[in-house]
Design a binder for this molecule. Structure first.
Ligand code: SAM
Length: 292
């Protein structure tokens, strides 16, 4: 069965009296080339575990199952569960979990699948055509929870992908760029026009792959302070960096002046010009100042 064919989606809707839910971000993918590209660029091996976020009717799931040792698909909509049991019935290496991805302990899922095909698990590949209303929370949860995955190949709204990929000096460079790039390297996989979804969303999409870094790009004395500085810096973009971080960890304006001077960063700089390395220097210096 060609799951990606618009006619199949219509048939499934009729057969199961299934109604697409706008609030769950259900825009189903109908382009085989994009599906193939996502699978190809996920580099799935036969002893790998694939975790899919939001399988829908199983277009990506079935393709992933052809390559992976095991696929775990996490779908929140219970109306899709009988449909997935039907569309994926020929694959004995797929397990569908009816849960909210934001409430799923993925490290526990990985631990429970540490043996795949009788072999120790090789890599963990997360994939998905994400529900757009929670793209950022999903990504940040995976990264902040330290989920033991190797890569995350995901489709999202183009604008969010642009923010994730952005470099210092760009208008869309912000806290999300710094946060994701701290944990991962980012690769562009595909640009996807809105016409290839049912129903058609208002915006175009992008597929990116996040390769989770084995080693972080900067050394931090305190990760929390680093992210406090990043958040404060981008919280009020028009303020200078030194004004924005006054108050972080209880620092006075005078202390902030000393911090900036000690690392040689001009106090008039704005967050959007600061590289990850500079944020690291800044937060390490804040740490030194409050530890006295
Ligand atoms: N993978 C399918 C495809 O490409 O055609 C469906 C993608 S659709 C954009 C997003 C899917 O995520 C839907 O099936 C939706 O029900 C599911 N979903 C939405 N919120 C979710 C959540 N919090 N946890 C798990 N799945 C969710």
């Amino acid at each position: 069965m060609k799951l990606y064919a618009p006619s199949t989606i219509r048939e499934i809707k009729d057969k199961y009296d299934f109604r697409l839910s706008k609030s769950l971000g259900q825009n189903f993918l109908t382009d085989k080339n994009i599906i193939d590209k996502i699978i190809e660029e996920s580099f799935i091996g036969e002893n790998d575990l694939v975790i899919e976020i939001g399988p829908g009717i199983g277009v990506l799931t079935s393709e992933a199952a052809e390559h992976a040792g095991k696929v775990i698909a996490v779908e929140i909509d219970r109306n899709l569960i009988p449909i997935l049991q039907d569309t994926l019935k020929e694959y004995d290496n797929v397990e569908v979990i009816n849960k909210d991805i934001l409430k799923t302990d993925l490290n526990e899922v990985i631990e429970q699948n540490s043996v795949v095909n009788g072999q120790p698990l090789n890599s963990v590949r997360i994939i998905g055509n994400l529900p757009y209303y929670i793209t950022t929370p999903i990504i940040m949860k995976i990264l902040e929870d330290g989920v033991k995955a190797d890569s995350i190949t995901i489709m999202m709204q183009k604008e969010v992908a642009d923010r994730i990929k952005a470099e210092p000096g760009k208008k869309v460079y912000g806290a999300l760029s710094v946060a994701v790039q701290y944990y991962c390297t980012v690769a562009h996989v595909a640009s996807v026009p809105k016409e290839v979804f049912i129903p058609q969303p208002k915006v175009d999409s992008t597929v990116i792959r996040l390769d989770i870094r084995k080693e972080k790009p900067v050394e931090l004395k305190d990760v929390k302070i680093f992210f406090q500085c990043v958040k404060a810096g981008f919280g009020q973009r028009r303020k200078t960096m030194s004004n924005s971080i006054t108050g972080v960890c209880g620092l006075s304006k005078e202390q902030v002046g000393k911090v900036m001077e000690s690392i040689g960063i001009d106090s008039g700089r704005r967050a959007e010009t600061m590289s990850i390395e500079e944020f690291a220097q800044l937060s390490n210096s804040v740490y030194d100042m409050i530890r006295g």
